[in-house]
Ligand binder design. Structure first.
Ligand code: ADP
Ligand code: DP6
Length: 323
C-alpha cells in the first residue's frame, strides 16, 4: 500500500499531438508550470482478496468503462513488478475533473507514484516520469515542481520530463478563471488526434513549438515574465487554431472564454502586464508577476466574481509515502 500526491501543471508551450498513440510519444517537446493549488492524492493497495481492480475518484466508485484507463495502467505496473494482485485505487482530485485544468496530469502522476511504490518498485524520477507518460502525456511533467520540460524523445526510453527550474526564484504566478468546471465533451486525447489527422496547419506546429521552446527557455533564464507570457499566449492561440481548422472543426472555448481573453487584453492595454493561456477546456489561466496579483484579481473579480478566481503559485514535485 502506498500514497502519492502530485500537482497539476499547465503548459506554457503545449503538447498537442502524438507520434505513437500507445506509448504516448509526443510530436513535440513541451514546457509547463506545476501549480500549488491543484493536485491529486491517490492511495493504491494491492490486495490478494480482490477479484478485480476497484477505482474511486472523490469517493465515487467508477464503472468498468470509466476506470478502463486506470486498469490498463495498473496492468502495466503489474507487468513491470511481477505483481499479480488486483488493486484498490482511492483518488481525491483537488482540481475539477476533465475540465481543462489538467486533472489527468496530476491523476496519472499520482497513480504512477503510488502504484509503483505499492508494487514494490522503487523508481527514480526519470522512470516515474516515463511511467506517468503511459497514463497521460501531460502527467509526464507533473513528477517535477516548478518549470518543467518534456523532451519528446523517440521511444519509451527517451521520452521523459526534466526540471528547468524546480524552485521558481522569480515572481511567476498563474490565476485560473473558472469559466466552467463541468467535464468537457471532447477529451484532449481525441481532440489532439483529430487535429493531427485533419488540420492542414498541423504540419507547421512542430516548427512553431521548436521556436517557442528555444525562446521560452531564454525568457526563463532571463526571468522575463512578459516574454514568457507573450510566448505562452501566442502558443496557446496557435494550438487552438489546430482545433478550429480540423475536419470537422471544433473548439474548447465558450463565450466566457472569449470574455476572459478580452479582459486580460484590456488589462494589458491599461498597463497591467498579464497574459492568457487555455488548454482543452473553456477555463482561462492568467500569467503574471506576483507584484501585480492584487490589481489583476480586483479587476477580474468585478467581471467574473472572486469565487471563480483561483490564484496559484508554482507548486512542488511528487511526494510518495508508504502508509
Ligand atoms: P483534464 O483537462 O482534466 O486533464 P482530460 O480529458 O485530459 O481532462 O482527462 C480527464 C480524464 O483523466 C478523466 O476522464 C479520467 O479518465 C482521468 N482522471 C481524472 N482524474 C483522475 C483520478 N483522480 N484518477 C484517475 N483518473 C483520473
Ligand atoms: C492542452 O495529457 O490530457 O493540456 O496524453 O492523451 O492523456 P493524453 O492528453 P493530455 O493532453 C494535454 C493537452 C494540453 C496541453 C499540455 O498539457 O501540454
Amino acid at each position: 500500500m502506498a500514497t502519492a500526491k502530485a500537482h497539476t501543471n499547465i503548459a506554457l508551450v503545449k503538447y498537442w499531438g502524438k507520434k505513437d498513440q500507445d506509448m504516448i510519444i509526443p510530436q513535440t517537446d513541451s514546457l509547463s508550470l506545476t501549480l500549488d493549488e491543484f493536485y491529486t492524492t491517490t492511495k493504491v493497495t494491492f490486495d490478494d482478496q480482490l477479484s478485480s481492480d476497484q477505482v474511486s475518484i472523490n469517493s465515487n466508485l467508477l464503472g468498468d468503462q470509466a476506470s478502463q484507463k486506470v486498469r490498463n495502467f495498473l496492468d502495466l505496473v503489474r507487468k513491470m513488478s511481477g505483481t499479480t494482485a488486483f488493486a484498490r485505487v482511492e483518488s481525491q482530485n483537488h482540481v475539477p475533473t476533465a475540465a481543462g485544468l489538467a486533472s489527468s496530469a496530476s491523476a496519472f502522476a499520482a497513480l504512477a507514484g503510488a502504484a509503483s511504490r505499492a508494487a514494490g518498485l522503487n523508481l527514480d524520477r526519470r522512470d516515474l516520469s516515463r511511467l506517468a507518460r503511459r497514463g497521460s502525456g501531460s502527467a509526464t511533467r507533473s513528477i517535477y515542481g516548478g518549470l518543467v520540460e518534456w523532451q519528446r524523445g523517440h521511444d519509451d526510453a527517451t521520452s521523459y520530463a526534466k526540471p528547468i527550474m524546480e524552485e521558481v526564484d522569480f515572481g511567476l504566478e498563474m490565476l485560473a478563471i473558472m469559466v466552467d468546471t463541468t467535464a468537457k465533451k471532447i477529451s484532449s486525447r481525441f481532440g489532439m488526434q483529430q487535429s493531427v489527422a485533419s488540420s492542414p496547419y498541423y504540419k507547421v506546429w512542430p516548427e512553431i513549438v521548436a521556436h517557442d521552446m528555444a525562446a521560452i527557455k531564454e525568457a526563463i533564464a532571463a526571468r522575463n515574465i512578459d516574454a514568457i507570457g507573450e510566448i505562452a499566449e501566442t502558443n496557446a492561440l496557435r494550438m487552438h487554431a489546430l482545433t478550429l481548422s480540423a475536419e470537422p472543426g471544433f473548439t474548447y472555448f465558450d463565450s466566457d472564454t472569449l470574455k476572459a481573453m478580452r479582459a486580460v487584453r484590456a488589462l494589458r492595454d491599461n498597463g497591467i502586464h498579464c497574459y492568457f493561456t487555455m488548454d482543452a477546456g473553456p477555463n482561462v489561466k492568467v500569467i503574471y508577476d506576483r507584484q501585480d496579483r492584487q490589481s489583476i484579481f480586483k479587476a477580474l473579480a468585478t467581471e467574473f466574481g472572486a469565487d471563480r478566481l483561483v490564484v496559484s503559485k508554482p507548486g512542488p514535485g511528487i511526494k510518495i509515502w508508504n502508509d
